[in-house]
Design a protein around this ligand. Structure first.
Ligand code: C2O
Ligand code: CU
Ligand code: CU
Length: 395
């Protein structure tokens, strides 16, 4: 769906499943009761309405179910879609923005198909532990689709919508492309790259220049880094029609520059897990998600540093609802924050053994009863306990 900054929306989700669900706006800055988290259950055959004023910068967000213990299964079975937010700034920039022509959403996921061509969500304990990943990649629900593009600039809005895949995207000829946006905003300037890495839930908007590719086919590929599988996720055929955009602005937006030393509170989060023989259990600070426990209470407008440590020998990531954050450093080194991670983000990748520090501030929607989530977005981990709840309070 397409939303505009400042617009008042009322979005009805009708649950036609014969089980309950919820519908969360991932990346949306909104009141907790409109968040669609585990507390906003939609019973079978009921409609739930998300009503709010769009209150954030242009970006590419998404929606997906979030019921306790059922997120992984329901996302895997297909419940996910994009929310594109525009604002005056994004509409004034000279960027490809003709949806379906030079502005293309790509939701990438992986699946395991059985011999009858169905995909069933049936992870073993081992697959819950390491994340459920398939050997077939789907792009907007299709295997290896083809797209005919005009010559000029093409914008791709990438979402890693997988349960647990860590995706590195690149073009088959290794050409350079440009990242213009991260999860929750444009980058301040375009960043040139040859590959871009997205862990589950992360987004990137990229621009590829097809000016010199008339009558050629260009493959856009993914490498899933945990299992080291590769696939072509889109074949782009370039025709001779001139695209509307041929060059990029040098400045995209202005982002807040906040000095981390001004933070007045530090919270530490340690990501842990146990496998043993039984079903895996994941924790944050030694606590598995409990619907009845508020793990953190955060004061409105207090600038905080969140230090997140992955103690395990597997990758995780960390997602916070309702807000965006900025990275401070990785393993203590600000230089390890790549230029394309310097925009506003809501999900950060944390490789095995790494510590990430981020700057967090809750700027709106104080409500001591309104519960928001933070969690690992590898959905098997989230469902197996690697999630916590916070409220935003006035004092
Ligand atoms: Cu994408 Cu808590 O969610
Ligand atoms: Cu979310
Ligand atoms: Cu995880």
């Amino acid at each position: 769906m397409l939303l505009k900054q400042g617009e008042q929306v009322s979005i009805n989700f009708t649950n036609n499943l014969n089980e309950s669900t919820t519908m969360h706006g991932h990346g949306m800055h909104l009141p907790a009761i409109m968040d669609g988290g585990p507390h906003q259950l939609i019973a079978s055959n009921q409609t739930w309405s998300a009503q709010y004023t769009v209150n954030q910068k242009a970006c590419t967000n998404w929606y997906h179910p979030h019921e306790m213990g059922k997120t992984a299964q329901q996302v895997y079975q297909g419940l996910a879609g994009l929310i594109i937010i525009e604002d005056n700034e994004s509409q004034a920039l000279s960027l490809p923005n003709n949806y379906g022509v030079d502005d293309i959403p790509l939701v990438i996921q992986d699946r395991i198909f059985d011999s009858s061509g169905q995909f069933v969500y049936a992870p073993s304990n081992q697959q819950i532990m390491w994340g459920y990943r398939g050997d077939v990649f789907i792009t907007n629900g299709q295997v290896s689709p083809t797209f005919t593009a005009q010559k000029g600039l093409l914008r791709l809005r990438l979402l890693n919508g997988s349960n647990a895949g860590v995706y590195r995207f690149s073009f088959a000829d290794n050409r350079q492309f440009t990242q213009i946006a991260s999860d929750n905003s444009f980058l301040s300037q375009p960043v040139a790259l040859n590959t871009v890495l997205l862990s589950p839930g992360e987004r990137a908007e990229i621009i590829v220049d097809l000016s010199n590719d008339v009558n050629q086919s260009i493959n856009f590929n993914v490498l899933e880094e945990v299992d080291q599988r590769t696939a072509t996720i889109l074949t782009i055929n370039v025709n001779n029609t001139q695209a509307a955009t041929t060059s990029l602005p040098t400045t995209l937006t202005t982002l807040a520059t906040v000095d981390p030393s001004l933070a007045t509170n530090l919270r530490s989060f340690t990501l842990e897990g146990m496998g043993n023989m039984g079903s895996p259990q994941f924790t944050i600070n030694n606590q598995a998600m409990d619907m009845n426990v508020i793990n953190e209470s955060i004061i409105l407008n207090q600038l905080e540093i969140w230090e997140i440590t992955n103690t395990m020998n597997m990758p995780h990531n960390f997602h916070i609802h309702a807000t965006h954050f900025q990275l401070i450093d990785r393993n203590g080194a600000a230089l390890q924050v790549a230029d394309n991670e310097k925009g506003y983000k809501d999900t950060v990748f944390i490789p095995a053994g790494e510590t990430v520090r981020i700057l967090v501030k809750m700027t709106d929607y104080a409500d001591s009863n309104g519960k928001y989530m933070y969690h690992c977005h590898f959905l098997e981990h989230e469902d197996a306990g690697m999630m916590g709840q916070f409220v935003v309070t006035n004092i």
